[in-house]
Write a protein that binds this ligand. Structure first.
Ligand code: UT7
Length: 334
């Protein structure tokens, strides 16, 4: 008898955002912007931001504790921790090592994965392969971001700063022999467009970590060619959704829920329109949290599950696009 195939199922999810809320109107104090501009262009109404003394790992740990409780397991039962983030506590070591220590663990392996807004789906794929290979039984996957300390909160940085928020989402994946869990995944990257959305410095490029000139020129802040990124996001998301459906021999109709990255509600509406996805299947929470990069998808997943909208046995399609460029999609049965 051939042994049953092992799959990686979602045992529990968690979400954490810091308590402080910045509404669009509040931003008018620091920069030339308006609630109307932000809502119309992106759908965002408010975002949560950390206060002094808190970093990405703190958000990650809070969301991880919730996911562990939902999965009814202890930190000690985790075989591997993966943290997807573009806003790490430190340049090195990885935020995953800090999270491991804060969870009270001694030598559990921990790795960071840096694929920006696609980081959670890339991490899900890595976790899935570790579980399906039999190497690990339970993997904690976290997407966590504290963007607010790295944004330019002046009019110079308004096109980026108003879009991002702080938060974390976690998923405990565990081995199962039933037919649920992570199915087809597709991953892509295109470094040709690295400088269309990036933080240039500090970094080792050109042999210099950071100069006074870099600081003066604002190279420590993220820059984005918004329209260019928007256009690519819509095209690539529509493509990758079709691709992952094809990989599993499925159609849009057979998917119960679409959990898209939360960069701009207009991107998700355009993708839904192009693919003729019924609006009630597309979930969004960018209104409350802004773009939380690698954390957006696990945050939306947790919130949608806790609202009772996703039932066990239902199938969802996750898709993301972001800096790199990177883009990815996964089909997951809850
Ligand atoms: O998660 C990673 C992936 N990220 C994305 O997918 C984001 C993709 N891009 C976008 O979502 C949109 O391009 C934005 C929301 C960033 C911008 O929307 P847009 O409709 O493309 O606006 P724009 O960049 O073309 O700017 C229009 C105007 C400009 O003024 P002028 O040149 O027309 O006079 C900007 O200077 O809006 C101005 N502007 C602002 N005005 C008020 C830019 N930022 C702001 C602001 N408040 N915060």
């Amino acid at each position: 008898m051939t042994p049953a195939k092992i799959r990686a199922r979602i045992a529990g999810t968690g979400l954490y955002v810091p308590p402080k809320v910045l509404k669009n109107k509040d931003l008018e104090q620091f920069m030339d912007t308006s609630d109307e501009w932000i809502r119309q262009r992106s759908g965002i109404e408010e975002r949560h931001v950390i206060e002094p003394g808190v970093g990405t790992s703190d958000l990650a740990v809070e969301s991880a504790r919730q996911a562990l409780a939902a999965a009814n397991c202890t930190p000690e039962s985790i075989d591997l921790i993966i943290v997807a983030t573009l806003s790490p506590d430190h340049q090195f070591p990885g935020t995953s090592a800090i999270v491991q220590q804060k969870l009270g663990l001694e030598t559990t392996p921990a790795m960071d994965l840096r694929c920006q807004c696609s980081g959670f789906i890339y991490s899900l794929n890595v976790a899935k392969l570790f579980i399906e290979s039999g190497q690990y039984k339970r993997v904690l996957v976290i997407g966590a971001e504290a963007h607010s300390p790295l944004l330019d909160w002046t009019t110079r940085g308004r096109d980026v700063a108003v879009l991002f928020g702080d938060g974390a989402g976690s998923v405990v994946l565990e081995a199962t022999e039933d037919n649920t869990g992570v199915g087809a995944v597709t991953l892509h990257a295109q470094g040709q467009f690295a400088d269309r959305l990036w933080i240039e410095k500090p970094g080792t490029s050109k042999g210099v970590w950071m100069t006074d000139e870099d600081v003066q020129q604002g190279k420590l802040y993220p820059i984005m060619e918004g329209r260019y990124v928007f256009k690519h996001a819509v095209e690539r998301l529509a493509q990758v959704v079709r691709e992952v459906l094809e990989k599993e021999g499925r159609t849009i109709d057979s998917i119960d829920h679409f959990i898209f990255h939360q960069a701009n509600i207009r991107i998700n509406e355009k993708v839904a329109e192009l693919l003729q996805i019924p609006a009630h299947k597309v979930h969004n929470n960018i209104q409350k949290y802004g773009n939380c990069s690698a954390a957006s998808i696990p945050m939306l997943l947790d919130e949608t599950i806790r609202q009772g909208k996703i039932a066990r046995g239902q199938t969802m399609l996750m898709a993301a696009f972001g800096a790199g460029f990177t883009w990815a999609a996964a089909i997951v049965t809850y």
